[in-house]
Ligand binder design. Structure first.
Ligand code: C2O
Ligand code: CU
Length: 478
């Protein structure tokens, strides 16, 4: 097994291998928080907003005084945020100036197959272009876009190919939720850095490309020792003593988080969840902690008016230790007016029931069933990913019951195109979801709604190293 990168490695729980940075990391809560810039359309006509994005390498300052090469949408990490509204189509023309092929997937988007970013539907290296058309006929939600190239999603996302896409609609806009600069995305990732400031990832050596198995033990997942929010290590944000809406996205390759506020507010829940992956919940849910797996989104309200002015409120990760136990800090800096509210009813969600399902299928996610060069692959029902094998053929317009099971270690499972409801969702998996976190040995029963488009799509584990090591399968909506 070839491992390049040479970072100091140690294993952190069952989630993967922890890489220790060799570069000097900043002290937590010293760098200013920022949000990624919102992308302006290149032009708008009739019912469509047209965007242009160039994927390119760029040198950016992530660690003070050092340069990090990122592969970024428009050369930045995270990429620019796209903002859309139901009723208008978004078309994004991507130009790929990177030395490798890329694929773009809008995670959570209900997208026709030709624009969904199928893992082999490549935009060629060094000058290839592709236009992705997104109808976005779906409720307001926090979506995100990221690379999806077969076998290389992990390294390409790690290098920076991820951005937010915030989708709105009239129903959401009519609610008195915090807005403007009190509606804030938090894209959480972890990274490790080499001495010179470059991202360290064990399989980015281009000579290894095309060879499955190169990630060695890292195939369990790559964890960094530095937590970044919107691309900034452990940032600090000044807030008004008011309600904020945070759209929390875990865009990490392999790390899960259990988020909590320190100190907790003197009364009430730390976080009031108003939305999940696919949009608003029917009604708000209070949480003292947020358990968030890779690719999941939690739309939450935090009310800082419960803290005295001057309080430092740290967002901690209770699953991490040392640096990875910290995420970011808020300083309650000033008083301010606040006319926002959290309504008791947020969205109309018709709960699906078992009897809605016209078919039942079972998928087990485990390590085993197939090998490549002596390396045991991650598989779905014992089968490694192949573009030619169809695991399910649901009919358009129907609901199916899928039983998803995780063996050995946890797996966050993501289904493209089709939103689902989790039966017996527990505190964290209510509403419409597109990713469900399975603990080891867990089985989740999900009711999946196949609407919108026919064609071939993937579902897979969103631990990106597991995904690259074949834990993915196809369904073909007929
Ligand atoms: Cu977020 Cu198939 O991916
Ligand atoms: Cu997995």
């Amino acid at each position: 097994i070839v491992v390049s990168g040479g970072a100091n490695v140690e294993t952190e729980s069952s989630a993967g291998a922890l890489l220790r940075s060799k570069a000097k990391l900043p002290a937590p809560f010293t760098l200013p928080f920022r949000v990624p810039p919102v992308l302006r359309p290149a032009r708008s006509d009739g019912d469509t907003d047209h965007y242009e994005i160039t994927q390119r390498a760029a040198q950016v300052e992530i660690l003070p005084g050092l340069r990090t090469e990122v592969w970024g949408y428009n050369g930045i990490f995270p990429g620019p945020t796209i903002v859309s509204r139901r009723g208008r189509r978004t078309v994004v023309r991507h130009r790929n100036e990177l030395p490798v092929p890329v694929v773009v997937h809008l995670h959570g988007g209900r997208t026709p197959p030709e624009s969904d970013g199928y893992p082999t539907d490549l935009v060629k290296a060094s000058g290839g272009t592709k236009e992705y058309a997104y109808p976005l006929d779906q409720p307001a939600a926090t979506l995100w876009y990221h690379d999806h190239r077969m076998d290389f999603t992990g390294p390409q996302v790690y290098r920076g190919l991820a951005g937010l896409h915030l989708h709105h609609d009239d129903e959401e806009e009519a609610l008195p939720l915090p807005r403007g600069d009190r509606d804030v995305p938090l894209m959480i990732t972890d990274r490790a850095f080499d001495e010179d400031g470059s991202f360290s990832y064990p399989s980015v050596d281009p000579s290894l490309q095309g060879k499955p198995g190169v990630t060695g033990d890292f195939m369990s997942g790559v964890l960094g020792d530095c937590v970044l929010v919107n691309g900034v290590p452990w940032p600090v944000m000044e807030v008004t003593a008011a309600r904020y809406r945070f759209r929390v996205l875990n865009a990490s390759n392999a790390r899960r988080y259990l988020l909590a506020l320190d100190p907790p507010p003197p009364d009430g829940a730390a976080f009031t969840q108003i939305g999940s992956d696919q949009g608003l919940l029917a009604a708000p849910v209070g949480h003292d902690e947020l358990q968030i797996a890779q690719a999941e989104r939690f739309d939450v309200i935090v009310d800082f008016s419960r803290y005295p002015i001057g309080t430092q409120v740290t967002l901690r990760n209770k699953l991490g230790k040392d640096g990875t136990g910290d995420v970011m800090r808020f300083i309650v800096a000033r008083r301010g007016s606040d006319d926002s509210r959290i309504p008791d009813r947020l969205a109309d969600i018709r709960p699906l029931s078992r009897s809605d399902a016209v078919a039942e299928r079972e998928f087990t996610f485990e390590r085993g069933g197939a090998e490549h060069d002596g390396v045991t692959l991650w598989t779905v029902n014992g089968t490694p990913f192949s573009p030619d094998t169809i695991a399910a053929t649901p009919r358009l317009g129907t609901v199916e019951l899928w039983k998803l099971r995780a063996q050995n270690v946890p797996h966050p499972i993501h289904i493209h195109l089709a939103p689902f409801q989790v039966l017996d969702p527990g505190p964290y998996a209510g509403g419409w979801k597109d990713t469900v976190d399975l603990r080891s040995g867990d089985q989740a029963e999900v009711l999946v709604k196949f609407d919108g488009y026919r064609g071939k799509y993937v579902f897979h584990c969103h631990n990106l190293e597991h995904e690259d090591m074949m834990m993915m399968a196809n369904f073909d909506v007929r």
